[in-house]
Design a protein around this ligand. Structure first.
Ligand SMILES: Nc1ncnc2c1ncn2[C@@H]1O[C@H](COP(=O)(O)OP(=O)(O)OP(=O)(O)O)[C@@H](O)[C@H]1O
Ligand SMILES: [Mg+2]
Length: 252
């Protein structure tokens, strides 16, 4: 439970957007978005197709720069050059489709782009460390893999999502963005992922969950942000709303 201990007593990692705008040519994808999310909470971004959810996520994760406005982490203004830059500040994104590369082994996927290298002159991959760590880190998420040299394509959809989450946490994510993590999954696989997302709260992660599934979002979420046509039209704490109310607000 190393990552658990590492994060458990950590201070809050607060993310704050202040009057963020994003234009694509003449398309105004986001207008005047101001919102705050904190650690140990699941913050849900809800909205219809084309509302601006992915654009918002892409701004937080360093894919896009806002046209106007600012992002702050713990009261410090940040401006990311690219997603790697954001990752180094502790912001990771798990995308539904790009979670893993199926034709690479499970452990290669776990360490993709951040391979542990042996300190010999050949600088070879430290396979023992990589395989052991992969087994150990997945076990923390209730996934028992005997052979991490297996192709990642043989993992179930839910296991792939959890692999991506486990990897992000192992590499120090404090703010974890999940973009529709269960939309491609069946009920059983989806439940597996939901359980692990819920556990992220105990690990003091600031979770930002983009979802179309209102019932699931309501069950998991602590805070809800409703986006329509690029505007943040409402935000609720869980105690202030219900799944029904979220649905009515979205459909209004
Ligand atoms: N690179 C781009 N160039 C031009 N317009 C864009 C670009 N990316 C997004 N948009 C536009 O911005 C608006 C918001 O798109 P966005 O992808 O953020 O929506 P979304 O809420 O994620 O939708 P979905 O639920 O379908 O994923 C849309 O009108 C979209 O067409
Ligand atoms: Mg989207």
């Amino acid at each position: 439970m190393e990552h658990l201990e590492k994060n458990m007593f950590m201070d809050n990692t607060r993310l704050e957007l202040k009057s963020v705008y994003k234009n694509f040519g003449s398309v105004v994808a986001l207008k005047n978005i101001s919102m705050t999310t904190d650690s140990g909470q699941i913050n849900c971004i809800l909205g219809d197709n084309g509302a601006g959810k992915s654009t918002l996520v892409n701004i937080i994760s360093g894919v896009f720069k806002p046209t106007k406005g600012e992002c702050k982490i713990n009261d410090k203004t940040v401006s990311f050059l690219n997603p790697l830059d954001a990752m180094n500040t502790g912001i990771s994104t798990v995308y539904q489709s790009l979670a893993i590369i199926p034709i690479l082994s499970i452990y290669r996927n776990f360490f993709l782009g951040q391979e542990p290298i042996k300190k010999n002159i050949f600088k070879t991959l430290n396979k023992d460390f990589a395989t052991k760590t992969t087994i150990q880190e997945l076990k923390k998420f209730d996934i028992n893999i005997e052979d991490p040299k297996r192709m990642a394509g043989t993992l179930s959809g839910g296991e792939r999502q959890i692999l991506a989450i486990a990897r992000a946490l192992y590499f120090g994510a404090k703010i974890l963005i999940l973009d529709e993590p269960t939309s491609a999954l069946g009920v059983k696989e989806s439940n597996k992922v939901v359980e692990q997302i819920n556990n992220l709260k105990k690990q003091n992660i600031n979770v930002i969950l983009v979802s179309h599934n209102i019932d699931q979002a309501f069950m998991l979420g602590d805070k809800f942000f409703i986006i329509k046509n690029g505007n943040l039209v409402a935000q609720f704490k869980k105690s202030e709303t219900s799944a029904k109310n979220l649905r009515t607000t979205l459909e209004k």
